[in-house]
Design a protein around this ligand. Sequence first.
Ligand code: NAD
Length: 730
Amino acid sequence: MTDFTYAVDADGVATITWDVAAKSMNVMSMTGFAELDGHIDAALADPAVKGVIVTSGKKDFAGGMDLNVIAQMREGGAQAIFDGVMQMHGVLRKIERAGMDAKTLKGGKPIVAALPGTALGIGLELPLACHRIIAADNPKAKIGLPEIMVGIFPGGGGTTRVSRKLGAMAAAPFLLEGKLSDPKSAQKAGLIDEVVAPDELLARAKEWVLSAKDADLVKPWDAKGWKMPGGAPYHPAGFMTFVGASAMVNGKTQGVYPAAKALLSAVYEGALVPFDTALKIEARWFTHVLLNPSSNAMIRSLFINKEALEKGANRPAVPDQTVRKLGVLGAGMMGAGIAYVAALAGIEVVLIDAAQEAADRGRAHSESLLDKGMKRGKVTAEKKAEVLGRIAATTDYAALSGCDLIVEAVFEDPGVKAGVTQKAEAVIPADAVFATNTSTLPISDLARASARPGQFIGIHFFSPVDKMNLVEIIRGKETGDVAVAKALDFVRQIRKTPIVVNDARFFYANRCIIPYINEGIRMVAEGVEPALVENAAKLVGMPLGPLQLVDETSIDLGVKIAKATKAAMGADYPDEAVDAVLFAMADKGRLGRKSNAGFYAYDDKGGRLGLWEGLPQDYPTRSDQPELTEVQHRLLFAQVLEAVRALEAGVLTDIREGDVGAILGWGFAPWSGGPFSWLDILGAARAVEICDDLTARHGKRFEPPALLREMAAQGQSFYGRFAPDKARAA
Ligand code: NAD
């Protein structure tokens, strides 16, 4: 099987076409690289060849590196990774020098990259080594280097070339944030050279090859007297950039993402030396990052397993359940959001509320989101009309006739939910699936209102629906496979990531978030500096400290949940100390962001000012403050022990879902790959040791679950013991 084909036309232009068999998107493998190398050698050696076009046989150019190759490289250890990467640099550098004389820089053969569509990762690093990059004007195409998003950085020369091409400052969004652009924006930014009509792509590439002069082939960094745009590190302007970049990276990543730091080091150190040495430095830092367990865990959760779940890794084997007509009951914050994402995905939606004005308001939510999209040039007037045209807002349940899926998002009240369930079921087809978006009520209890509990399921969205990509699907006791498949197919249609869990209090995500918030509040009650609590959370990679999080989700919701939990648990209820703080805040009317007052103070416009100064008066801070690590362990173990308990109890059935769900659902320290990946990095034995210590000093909520103790005793890891084969291999 070949990944690249090679042909020379009558005018002496060779075309190397990337077209990996049996894949819809090209990805680079080591054998692919060897093939490419062979074709480049052939073109450079053949006197009849005047120049080369590198293009794709598919609608896109390439999606990047085959991440399994990276996993394999890692197994060989540092030397194998470094050697593999240097080999890759050798091929790309050969393309860049294209046979030219090392001294005169003359006599090379022009090599142009012609990109029909998306070009990501190595799919852009290869073009960057060519002498010119021409892209088809395809607004859907994405061009960029997204490596940083999965915990690595561009290691195929992209870091060195883009920072030298654009300067460190202008390169930052592409390298440090993984920014992707359409071809026109990529050209404007200087990332690529030219954008042409799609049907002129190859003709224009050929024209360029045949007219290119020697000087057109010399990269700026290979030319005499080259200086880094924006200044190298010891140039006054460059100095400012690098000092600023270091502060910015540490500010944004809180120092927990090894890839961001390594990337910056590669750019900084590379800028001080000649190009070929810079590539070697890039390769060393890349090796360093690949050997860090964080990069392994991030790739596994954020790329491989996320994609596996999206493709239906846990979908029951029943026929296609694509949703055609969706009924949404309740047009409030959640219902309106669900209607929007469904209509956007091409699904016909009936949006129902008790009053017509409420239903209309729900539909207007879509209109305002579409208007925002139009302002940003992402949505056309036709698209807006089309999407809005799919949402019928009404109070009339008869409109639900023909719906194959219902998602209920009315008030969090079992009585109200039971009422709308029965009203809807009276109208919808006998084989329709009924889903509830409840966040706290057991699915199996709500299913009692249904005449068809086998077709009753939980589909739990996160707020705001249009932004949050996780959807938690909850199987009730009687939920059947078709309902699960229906929910999964729906989530796939709206392009979100599903996890499937079993029914238990707070399902999975909220079960883990609540103890996190509670632990933060508990520390405030104990007299720990609130700023220490918040910063400890952020310094370990949580996007929001627990106090900010409860302000965002609202303190009265916390009170409501606490009361319901206490009623359900009775004497076993462990959170009295937390409630004392929470209830006192609520009594003061400090309900969080929505009341412009909570654990934080806010200005009149709702801008967060800082921690509320009254807190230390009510909860005097102790003179002996705990160590940072201790606070971090309390905050993290509060969450991960709950995840382990969820696995132990069979609420979670797949640790991949536990990890992916934690990162997408509540932003659990993404650098760690999720709770189970973090425990694997730490090792079960060390985790048990820390928990025993925390238990002795802070109470039995930190007691390691039996499963964790057993794994510690047997030297097991979660991915070693529980992962399906594919996830383990990663
Ligand atoms: P909301 O109060 O904004 O919206 C509820 C809507 O339901 C209102 O528009 C109300 O008029 C309508 N409604 C009430 N009774 C009705 C009836 N009998 N018939 C038709 N419509 C009726 O609430 P929300 O925040 O959108 O939450 C809805 C559901 O989603 C709740 O079960 C909640 O627990 C759950 N949920 C909320 C969040 C969140 O962050 N807000 C997240 C996940 C799940």
